[in-house]
Design a protein around this ligand. Structure first.
Ligand SMILES: Cc1ncc(COP(=O)(O)O)c(N)n1
Length: 245
């Protein structure tokens, strides 16, 4: 049996691996942890094609149960979950698991196509002391019902409001901000800014949010603190954005 920390990846399958479950899987492997990959929804995302088909709740329960029979889980990464029926099935199947959760509240692709029918309320109901939420600026605004979150100050306020709702940490991704990639890590009673140079993005690069969240989960699964895991996940994604690898 594997001695590596096991990271359960719950995400949508995008066959090219630019985003979704395959991107998560390669991230977790690259960071020296063992992925367990459960596809919550099949997707076909081409140039003009966009289609999705959810996995049955029954199969999700069975895949999670099978993964648990084979050993403990050290972290869980939640990417796209198509709807509340699947979300409930997953939560139920993992109810007594003592592990960090990293929740990427991704409901749309970067091109704007709908990946999930979950509402902000469903994400807020996932709050817990061992749950890290990783919204980008748009998702932070959506979660709180704000018109927008743009500046570092606004990101800090939004992150702290989300922490006050019971999350263990909130990592607000600011990479799309024109002035530079400042991410904001909010913990109960403290905020840390993670500054990084704004790096030129390779054209057509996808799945940065997926990789950030799964890198975060892999590092937490290895036993690192939230702050250390956040720094390492950011470094991993920065390298990916620069090199595409
Ligand atoms: C299955 C799946 N998961 C996540 C994303 C978001 O990635 P991006 O922001 O690059 O569209 C996606 N497009 N598809």
């Amino acid at each position: 049996m594997s001695v590596l920390p096991r990271v359960l990846l719950l995400a949508g399958h995008e066959p090219t691996g630019r985003a979704g479950l395959l991107a998560d899987l390669s991230t977790v492997r690259a960071l020296g942890a063992a992925p367990v990959a459960v596809p919550t929804v099949q997707t076909a995302q081409g140039v003009t094609t966009f289609q999705t088909e959810p996995t049955s709740a029954r199969m999700l329960r069975a895949q999670v149960a099978a993964a648990r029979e084979l050993g403990p889980l050290h972290a869980v990464k939640l990417g796209v979950v198509p709807d509340v029926l699947r979300l409930k099935a997953l939560r139920e199947a993992l109810r007594d698991v003592e592990a960090w959760w990293v929740v990427d509240p991704v409901v749309r692709s970067s091109r704007g196509e709908p990946l999930s029918r979950l509402s902000a309320r469903h994400y807020l109901a996932l709050a817990g002391p061992r749950v890290v939420l990783t919204p980008n600026l748009g998702e932070a605004a959506w979660l709180l019902g704000l018109p927008e979150v743009r500046t570092v100050e606004e990101a800090t306020e939004a992150g702290q409001r989300l922490v006050s709702l019971g999350f263990g940490a909130v990592f607000v991704k600011g990479g799309h901000r024109p002035q530079g990639a400042v991410d904001v890590l909010c913990l109960p009673g403290q905020t840390r800014l993670l500054k990084g140079a704004r790096v030129a993005r390779l054209p057509g690069l996808r799945g940065t949010g997926c990789r950030l969240a799964s890198a975060f989960a892999a590092e937490l699964g290895k036993g690192r603190s939230v702050a250390a895991a956040a720094r390492r996940a950011k470094a991993f994604v920065t390298r990916y954005i620069q090199t595409g690898r």
